[in-house]
Design a binder for this molecule. Structure first.
Ligand code: GRF
Length: 239
């Protein structure tokens, strides 16, 4: 009998507060086989988040953990416990309109990612698309990044650019950025789950690319030293 060992799918935990289109794009990528993962839990801090209802309709575990009027650390501890119980490997913020406590960030080191609708470090915080328009930027876009203790600040995994057109208003620009967000998020998650990324200082690098780079450098230096050895051998023979 042939035994095939299929590695278990990595589990995602999604945190959202609203529409949930990024969550839906991730769920669609999984369904279409573009992303090898499973959504173990969707958590919303708001009862009226359409994303929560969408998760239920898709038959996913969807949990409301209301945040209104609660001490941040207490709320975060509850969210953290739910994510742990669902055994998530990666926490994806998808329009989660709440600052995370340092304790929460430390509980999931390099395991929390966020998507932001600008090319960070430009235009962090709220209304990033409006900020880009008001500033007169010609190019903006979206950023998927690891989450650290500062707002919209952690190491950048992937960015996609979007031109700002002369006739743009916040709605048209946001819609074109959102389209890019929807592919960027799944691509970034796939990269992380591939295990091929490493964070060196602030830079998110491909391990394979680096080792290939190293080995070709190593190869060329090996070639040089073997050439040097044989020319030394030749000259000693001549002597
Ligand atoms: C997106 O623009 C995302 O970049 C930002 O919040 C918005 C959430 O949209 N963090 P949705 O709820 O995923 O549709």
């Amino acid at each position: 009998m042939i035994q095939i060992n299929v590695p278990p799918l990595k589990k995602l935990g999604i945190l959202l507060s609203g529409r949930g289109s990024n969550f839906e794009a991730i769920a669609d990528s999984i369904k279409a086989g573009r992303l090898q993962a499973e959504i173990a839990i969707v958590i919303s801090n708001r009862a009226d988040a359409p994303g929560l209802e969408s998760a239920r309709r898709r038959g996913l575990k969807a949990q409301l953990i209301p945040s209104k009027g609660r001490v941040r650390e207490e709320h975060d501890a509850e969210v953290s416990a739910a994510l742990r119980q669902a055994q998530v490997d990666l926490v994806c913020l998808a329009g989660y309109m709440r600052l995370l406590s340092p304790e929460f960030v430390r509980a999931f080191p390099d395991q929390i990612v966020n998507i932001h609708p600008s090319l960070l470090p430009a235009f962090p915080g709220m209304d990033a698309q409006k900020q880009a328009l008001d500033y007169g930027a010609k190019i903006t876009g979206c950023t998927v990044h690891f989450v650290d203790e500062h707002l919209d600040h952690g190491p950048i995994i992937l960015q996609k650019t979007v031109p700002v057109l002369e006739g743009d208003d916040v709605h048209t620009l946001s819609a074109r950025i959102l389209e890019q967000e929807h592919s960027a998020y799944s691509e970034a998650i796939a990269l992380i789950l591939s295990g091929d990324l490493e964070v060196v200082d602030r830079r998110v690098l491909r391990k394979r690319g680096r080792s290939e780079g190293r080995s070709s450098e190593a190869k060329s230096s090996e070639a040089k030293s073997s050439e040097a050895r044989s020319s030394e051998a030749r000259s000693s023979e001549e002597r």
